[in-house]
Design a protein around this ligand. Sequence first.
Ligand code: PLP
Ligand code: TYF
Length: 397
Amino acid sequence: LFSAVELAPRDPILGLNEAFNADTRPTKVNLGVGVYTNEEGKIPLLRAVREAEQARVEAALPRGYLPIEGIAAYDAAVQKLLLGDNSPLIAAGRVVTAQALGGTGALKIGADFLKRLNPAAKVAISDPSWENHRALFESAGFEVVAYPYYDAQSHGVNFEGMLAALGSYDAGTIVVLHACCHNPTGVDLSDAQWKQIVEVVKARNLVPFLDIAYQGFGDGIDADAAAVRLFAAAELNVFVSSSFSKSFSLYGERVGALSIITESKDEAARVLSQLKRVIRTNYSNPPTHGGAIVATVLGTPALRAMWEQELGEMRDRIRAMRNGLVERLKAAGVPRDFSFVNAQRGMFSYSGLSAAQVDRLREEFGIYAVSTGRICVAALNMRNIDAVANAVAQVLK
Ligand code: PLP
Ligand code: TYF
């Protein structure tokens, strides 16, 4: 059975993690994987999460099955995070949400559901995009194409190219968009650009699938949901995959959600019934712990305020690290202007370093980055930032 099985390639990012873990140099720094670490270099356990968790342990609750679509209070809280507390769409019962196994799980059930609805559709992802986007939609059976996104020359968006590509797609094409904090580039669209994207998506009858894995890491919870809300206001059928891995620092608990905006309450009921079928035949129903913690935090005013403060601290620290890196590179006499790093949003920066420079960083300095030049600025801290800046200055000489 297995004699002809070939060795599959490693995930380029998670594979890097394995190499990092095997590195014995005490000064090693992992700027590869997209994980937020604090000033101590540790993945934080948020206070709001800990309090919700402690209360849950004390309540000693039984462990029954959850509904197929997950915890009702969780799903309702996700909708409000995405669309705002006073969304008329929520009030009208037009939004369907199902708890999912992280953002990845949300993308997967969305992809499987879309495949049933429109098997001939193509999927368009940004060039570049998160590695898993292509693999995930291909494994759901779709042909995946890429629309122009990043412009290396300007460290910005090739907006004309993006708009032209979207304008050339057939009706029904599924367009995957990073709602905020683009992974891997850190380069986002402006509000005015988003409005144009919404227009072309609507005019050509495309299906928008917004992936929001970093809500709160860019400019704030509401600001980062601006694109989702623009699509919602345009009366489109929108798919949204949410991930709370980063914003709640709950990576291993697999907390995410798929939300779908429909045209009516009746349509919502039918869509949910079909989505539940997809879930049932994948994993039956989601796990309890992470979803319950997030629901408790979002639904308890004191914990919610605590979480927003902690999220704000993570956001501010990332900004400070961006700024610190730019300043240190300048102070180290690097001629290249790195100020674009300050304009980028979220955990990542397309640093402009070449694959050869990334190799040198790893081999000579024990600093791990993705071969595309993507670095995770959320892994910088006051202990490692000088070493990183000096090493980057060295490899740029
Ligand atoms: N989408 C994007 C753009 C991401 O960067 C990530 C990162 O992990 C995910 C989805 C997946 O999120 P999760 O880890 O919750 O599955
Ligand atoms: O891009 C990242 O680093 C994160 C984590 O297959 C990640 O999104 C990376 C690769 C992967 C799953 C998660």
